[in-house]
Design a protein around this ligand. Sequence first.
Ligand code: GLC
Ligand code: CA
Length: 569
Amino acid sequence: MRKRWWKESVVYQIYPRSFYDSNGDGIGDLRGIIAKLDYLQALGVDVVWLSPFYASPNVDNGYDVSDYCDILPEFGKMADWQHLRQEMRQRGMRMMIDLVANHTSDQHRWFIESRQATDNRWREYYIWRPPRDGREPNNWQSYFGGSAWQFDPTTAEYYLHLFSRQQPDLNWENAEVRKEIYRVMHWWLDQGVDGFRLDVINLISKEPGLPDAAVTVDGPYQFGGQHFQYGPRLLEFLAEMKREVLAGRDLITVGETPGITTEQARAITDEENGFLNMVFSFEHLGVDRNPRGVGKGKWQRKAWKLSELKQIISRWQDDLHERAWNSVYLSNHDLPRPVSRFGDDCRYRDESAKMLATLLHTLQGTPYIYQGEEIGMTNVRFPSINDYRDVDTLNFYRQFADDQRLDRDEIMAAIYDRSRDNARTPMQWDGSRHAGFATVTPWLAVNPNYPEINVQRALAEPNSILHYYRQLIRLRKANPVIVYGRYELLLADDEQIYAFTRTLGETRLLVVLNFCGAESEEMGASGDWRLPEAMRDGQLLIGNYPVDPAVDPRRCRLRPYEARVYRLG
Ligand code: GLC
Ligand code: CA
């Protein structure tokens, strides 16, 4: 396996709006990021991924871009961005930016033109279709609920939007569109960025004819993924992008790719013939999702099994080993907080956040930390829907508020579980008002638990989650086996313990994680003799509880959410 800096790096994702407000308007900004770079450096971060900071009407917080080469005024000016770039360079950090190429804002110049007339020069930049029997051209559902088509009276046609109706999909069949996107990429490369996170990049090629989706749920609109999640020209477009932009440069690239298989991921990230360094798979995050919820699939949680999570992660580890590369993440700006989702954010918040962090940093792949994860920030429960800002959450509420089958508590419970605003409440810097994020009321309220959970406290407490993240990052840097070693799962069927080894040459690590809030059985009874034996002979590198070396590993029980990493020779 080839050595590459981006395999050895740790990436930290910043959602600029919620990171730090430097000028007292309640909105995070670029200068705010500059002010916190020392914090990130001390954490050990190599690469910062910035969520969109471009001009945008902010229907989807910047994922609706109205000018790719301009900065959102609320975030600052181009000079601030350049300053940020320079300050990062000085600290040896690289910058990865978010490229939203599947769609633009409806306020983008191209779309404003496109909607004027059917023969407008920009018409073919988007996907326009006449009505079918007086209705939408097909039955596709938007990711944010409702139809994926919007009727536009000016020309009496519909345009496609897989996300909100203010995010029309670009027509990648049009070579000019592709050229425009490559031009944007070159422009930012010239400004000195080190790579791209490519937003929903596997959706850019739609099946010709835009056929109806198979009917799987009640209601008029259906999930059409089979017609655009790995469309017929996807690899061709990516190959062109590689040829036109990426080839011959030493960048970090990661594609956001919902719904793809390991085989498809391999095609995209193959070291020789692939196009991107890695992708974000969502498969492991599907374990607790109920695909058959009452028209609200992604909003419904289902009981999940550790064996299933292990099976999915292990398949990605195995299938991509050697020829391609994984990203490893549990958290981003679209997801509930991992400690609330896979751990216990009350009684064992500290232990379970550290246990999940241990998994994140010891799998094979580049780890991504989402802001606030490193201090164990949790989901939030705002009393009213009016406290929420996320377009997806608000759509969901509106769609179901009138539905007689669901009561308000049920809807709010789903929002507490799933809303993207769980990840977007402001970063908790200290115990002062508004968590030290801003001096005025922020654009989205802070989580009321900030007096206990904040950076200042975490820095002062030697055993904090934050210090544990620092240690893990150092451990990864000091042990190439964590980056390059082969992964092997142990105890595949165990519903409480996740154990695996990583092997590189003579070096082997053993990772043992208790995913439950209860003690495990004695390790000697685990059904795999290798565990207690390895624990006896190995050297404990890191763990989230004190370990008494005098205890015979065969008799040892893992405590709630305990995590240990051993080095075996
Ligand atoms: C990606 C982004 C998400 C956004 C969507 C549409 O999934 O992560 O925040 O809403 O794309 O751009
Ligand atoms: Ca601000």
